[in-house]
Design a protein around this ligand. Structure first.
Ligand SMILES: Cc1cc2nc3c(=O)[nH]c(=O)nc-3n(C[C@H](O)[C@H](O)[C@H](O)COP(=O)(O)O)c2cc1C
Length: 345
């Protein structure tokens, strides 16, 4: 079955959910032009997701994808917290940040029963998961709501695992991709593959459709994914500079500057590996420092980020970007969706 009929969309172009960088407005623009828009719930609580989905539905009746994280909630490890704050102490002094401002709890919650209730209320066409899948009883509630279920795989083993657990399609997230690696069976970064290597491996081994993600930014790269057997594409970075994205001015400026040619996978901002543009924090603590578990590492960064941003600096901001930001243009998200769809013809 094609993903166009599976999701009831015109073009097999999925806008990647991008927590912290977009809301329903980007999703509406993509869905209305024939792709599948996504609403990221990774940084929302249930009432805020409910409001986002109502706002989406007020603007369009096209299908959408609601996206969740499903990480293990972290245990607070005082020694790691302490170590991370000591590592950042010089920055706190320089920016005159009071460490009493550092929050303690997790800033991102995994999919849970309250979120399942929101899904049962709004019944989106597609629900997607990053970092594996939720517990079987929660997954079953999503299935019974009528949603098609998709999730990211970063290795062949993860793709097979997701298929075994009953997903309707698998997203092959290549190492080029911006934002968090969806990896969940392994923590070893050397297992991670580029899109050209991962996609055909998954296409050959799986019965369910495979959606390619990572480095896809224009009609050419869409075509390449199709040739390699993809049933569709999921595109993130290329949408970030569109007027419908909520990326900050600092993030947009970095994406559209020569700096975007240098990205790295770093755990410094959240505790999990994610790809972003190299900036001061990454340069000075290294991309893979010892940090508290996801998402706790971000708490110690947040006041530095706020202070630096108030000074117009992106030194402590996560500048999530894929390796191919060359087509990150300030064009309408609907127009970009149609341009990407040309690559499928
Ligand atoms: C700013 C940003 C935020 C992201 N946030 C999420 C997210 O909340 N959930 C998710 O499943 N993937 C997230 N991703 C990863 C995308 O789903 C996708 O794998 C990636 O954007 C594809 O690569 P590309 O950026 O080269 O197009 C994010 C990516 C970016 C760039």
């Amino acid at each position: 079955m094609t993903i166009e009929s599976l999701f009831d969309i015109r073009f097999p172009v999925l806008q990647a959910p991008m927590a912290g960088a977009q809301d329903h407005r980007l999703a509406v623009a993509v869905s209305q032009s024939g792709g599948l828009g996504a609403i990221p719930a990774g940084m929302l609580d249930a009432p805020r997701l409910d409001a986002e989905l109502s706002a989406y539905r007020a603007l369009t009746n096209r299908p959408c994808n609601v996206n969740f994280f499903c990480h293990q909630p972290p245990l607070i490890d005082d020694a790691r917290e302490q170590g991370w704050r000591e590592r950042l102490a010089g920055f706190y002094r320089e920016l005159q940040v009071d460490t009493a401002q550092v929050a303690h709890g997790p800033s991102r919650q995994p999919f849970d029963a309250a979120m399942a209730q929101v899904i049962e209320k709004h019944r989106p066409a597609v629900v997607s998961f990053h970092f594996g899948l939720p517990a079987e009883d929660l997954l079953e509630r999503v299935r019974r709501s009528g949603a098609k279920i998709i999730a990211s795989a970063t290795t062949l083993a993860e793709g097979l695992w997701l298929q075994e657990h009953g997903v309707d399609a698998v997203i092959a997230q290549g190492l080029e991709a911006g934002g968090h690696r969806g990896m969940f069976l392994d923590t070893d970064l050397s297992t991670q593959l580029g899109t050209f290597a991962l996609l055909p491996q998954l296409v050959d081994a799986l019965q369910v459709p495979v959606i390619a993600a990572g480095g896809i930014v224009d009609a050419r790269t869409v075509k390449a994914a199709r040739v390699l057997g993809a049933a569709g594409v999921q595109v993130g970075t290329a949408y970030l500079a569109s007027p419908q994205s909520q990326a900050s001015a600092l993030h947009r400026a970095a994406l559209q500057s020569p700096r975007a040619r240098h990205t790295v996978v770093t755990c410094a901002f959240t505790g999990r590996p994610a790809r972003g543009i190299v900036n001061r924090l990454i340069r000075e603590v290294g991309p893979l420092p010892e940090v508290p578990a996801f998402p706790l590492a971000g708490n110690a960064i947040a006041p530095l980020r706020a202070r630096a941003e108030s000074l117009g600096l992106d030194d402590f901001s996560p500048l999530w970007s894929g390796q191919n930001a060359s087509h990150c243009r300030a064009i309408d998200a609907g127009q970009l969706t149609r341009e990407l769809a040309h690559g499928w013809e």
